[in-house]
Design a protein around this ligand. Structure first.
Ligand code: SAM
Length: 205
């Protein structure tokens, strides 16, 4: 099931909403990360720069074949070879990753989902001990040029509450990511014992 209000404007416009490298710096996505995941990679705006920073594989999931294709082209253009693009509905099927198999998860502009804690539990399941969760979202400000309707937009406090309820420890929150976003960085406490997302085979690959 596609997350509500998760359609994208044109790629060139989307790019103008972020200082991508500054956001990745602030969210501490550094060369110390081995394998990472993005839930809903869109145009690869963050996934491709993130892949350049890490040592291992960047696993990208998206439900929209056009988004996977655009990300694939961007990876090719930039000669980025450590990206795995997966056409998959992570709301219905979760990821296809083993538990404790990655050390960084990106939930960027997606936590206005109908069931945010479902995504957070899946993130916690796949994170290795000590692994990090990074969330960014649109500021709760009706003047931002894009973003979900205000009634769906989670505040930093609400995101923080969901993240803590899932069992993460907050490390940085909220981080100001000008011009339009905020971020939250959290660390897993080993969620595999408490979450049991049913892993299905990747039906869409
Ligand atoms: C608002 S965009 C954010 C893209 C990217 N994270 C960014 O910040 O640039 C959300 C993306 O999630 C994808 N998406 C929505 N629901 C999904 C689902 N159930 N499974 C996989 N991808 C989904 C959409 O197709 C879209 O590309």
């Amino acid at each position: 099931m596609k997350v509500r209000e998760s359609g994208m404007p044109e790629a060139a416009m989307w790019q103008t909403f972020f200082n991508t490298e500054a956001i990745l710096d602030a969210m501490e996505l550094t060369g110390s990360v081995q394998d990472a995941v993005e839930f809903g990679c869109g145009y690869g705006t963050f996934a491709i720069p993130a892949a350049k920073r890490i040592r291992g594989t960047l696993h990208c999931f998206d439900i929209d074949p056009d988004m996977i294709e655009v990300s694939r082209c961007l990876a090719e253009q930039e000669d980025v070879r450590n990206v795995r693009l997966c056409l998959r509905d992570f709301v219905t099927h979760g990821t296809d990753l083993e538990q404790t198999s990655v050390d960084y998860v990106m939930l960027f502009n997606i936590l206005h989902a109908e069931e945010p804690m479902r995504l957070l539990r899946e993130a916690d399941r796949i994170l290795a001990p000590g692994g990090h969760l990074a969330v960014i979202h649109w500021n709760c400000d009706p003047t931002t040029p894009r973003g979900p309707p205000m009634e769906m937009r989670p505040s930093p406090e609400r995101c923080r509450q969901w993240i803590e309820e899932t069992g993460f420890t907050i490390e940085k929150a909220p981080v100001d990511l000008p011009p339009y976003h905020y971020g939250i960085l959290a660390r897993t406490n080993g969620g595999i014992t408490s979450h049991s997302y049913i892993k299905e085979e990747a039906k869409y690959e």
